[in-house]
Design a protein around this ligand. Structure first.
Ligand code: UTP
Length: 288
C-alpha cells in the first residue's frame, strides 16, 4: 500500500510578469475567476483530494495570500448580524482547518524547483502534492482527486498530463512515453521545454504533481536547467532509476491563467457552468 498524500505545496512566489500591471501589487494567485481567487480553487482541489496540510511558498509582497486564509472576525460578525449566510459560508467553508496551513518564503525567484525545495522542511520524508494555482482545473472529480486514485495503484511520481500542439512543446516539461493506455501513461523520462524537433512526445506536464521526497536530494544541489532556473522536472528526472513515473490525462479542462487569454477563457467557462450566471453569460457572449 502506498503512503497517503496528506501534504500539498503551493508555490506562489513567482513575479507574474505576464500579468502586469494587474500583478504590480496584487499577487497573481489572488486574481479572481468569477468571484473566487485562483489560490482558493487550488486549496479546495487539494482538500477534496484528502490533503490535510497546505504549505504555501510565498514571496515578499504576497501578504494578501496569507490574509485571505486568516479569519476575518469583524467581517464574519457583520455578515452574521445581517443574516448573510451564503456570504458568510463563502469566507468560512472549504478553508484549511486552523493550524493546517503554513507559509514559507522563497526570497529570490530561482525557479519552480527552488520554490518546492523551500518547502522541504515542512514536507519532511513523505510523498506530497504540488499544485500550481495558475493552472486552473475544471474537473469532476477534481484533478488531484483523479491523480490520487491513480497514485494508489502506481505509487511513485505521478503528474497531470495534457496533449499540446507541437509548436508549444517548448513551453512545458514533455513526457518520454514508454506505455500509454489512453489515460495513464508510464513514462521513462521527461525533457524540460524541448524544441518541437527534440520533443519525445506532445504530452505535456501541467501544474499538478504527486512526488516522492527523493526529489529533494537533487534539489539540494541547486543545479540550474532550462532558462537558468532550478527546474522541478530535472529533479524528477534524476530520481527515475528508483521511482516509477506516470502521467495521467485528466478528465476535465485546464485553463492557463498565467496568460491573459487563458484567464479570460476561465472566467467565461466557470461563469457559464454556474446556475446563477450561465444563462446570462451565453446571452452576453452572443452580442460579440
Ligand atoms: P510561472 O512560470 O507562471 O512564473 O510560474 P510567474 O513568475 O508566476 O509568472 P510570469 O511568467 O512572470 O508571468 C509557475 C508557478 O511557479 C511559481 C509561480 O508562483 C507559479 O505558481 N514559481 C515560479 C515560484 O513560486 N517561484 C519561482 O521562482 C518560479
Amino acid at each position: 500500500m502506498v503512503k497517503a498524500v496528506t501534504k500539498a505545496v503551493l508555490p506562489v512566489a513567482g513575479l507574474g510578469t505576464r500579468f502586469l500591471p494587474a500583478t504590480k501589487v496584487l499577487p497573481k494567485e489572488m486574481l479572481p475567476v468569477v468571484d473566487k481567487p485562483l489560490i482558493q480553487y487550488a486549496v479546495e482541489e487539494a482538500l477534496e483530494a484528502g490533503v490535510e496540510d497546505i504549505i504555501m511558498v510565498t514571496a515578499p509582497g504576497k501578504g494578501a495570500l496569507e490574509d485571505h486564509f486568516g479569519r476575518a472576525v469583524e467581517l464574519e460578525s457583520f455578515l452574521e448580524a445581517r443574516g448573510k449566510t451564503e456570504a458568510l459560508a463563502s469566507i468560512r467553508d472549504n478553508f484549511p482547518k486552523p493550524a493546517h496551513i503554513s507559509f514559507t518564503r522563497q526570497d529570490d525567484p530561482q525557479g519552480l524547483g527552488h520554490a518546492v525545495w523551500c518547502a522541504r522542511k515542512l514536507v519532511g520524508d513523505e510523498p506530497f502534492a504540488v499544485l500550481l494555482p495558475d493552472d486552473l482545473m475544471q474537473a469532476t472529480p477534481g484533478c488531484l482527486t483523479q491523480m490520487v486514485a491513480a497514485y494508489e495503484k502506481t505509487g511513485g511520481h505521478i503528474v497531470a498530463a495534457e496533449e499540446v500542439p507541437e509548436a508549444h512543446t517548448s513551453r512545458y516539461g514533455i513526457l518520454d512515453v514508454a506505455e500509454d493506455d489512453g489515460s495513464l501513461v508510464r513514462a521513462r523520462g521527461l525533457v524540460e521545454k524541448p524544441a518541437p524537433k527534440d520533443a519525445p512526445s506532445r504530452l505535456a506536464i501541467i501544474g499538478r504533481y504527486i512526488l516522492q521526497p527523493s526529489v529533494f536530494e537533487h534539489l539540494d544541489k541547486k543545479m540550474t536547467g532550462a532558462g537558468g532556473e532550478i527546474q522541478l522536472t530535472d529533479a524528477i528526472a534524476a530520481t527515475l532509476d528508483d521511482v516509477p513515473f506516470h502521467g495521467l490525462r485528466i478528465n476535465g479542462r485546464r485553463f492557463d491563467c498565467g496568460t491573459k487569454l487563458g484567464f479570460v477563457e476561465a472566467n467565461v467557462a466557470f461563469a457559464a457552468a454556474r446556475d446563477d450566471l450561465g444563462g446570462d453569460i451565453h446571452e452576453i457572449l452572443a452580442a460579440y
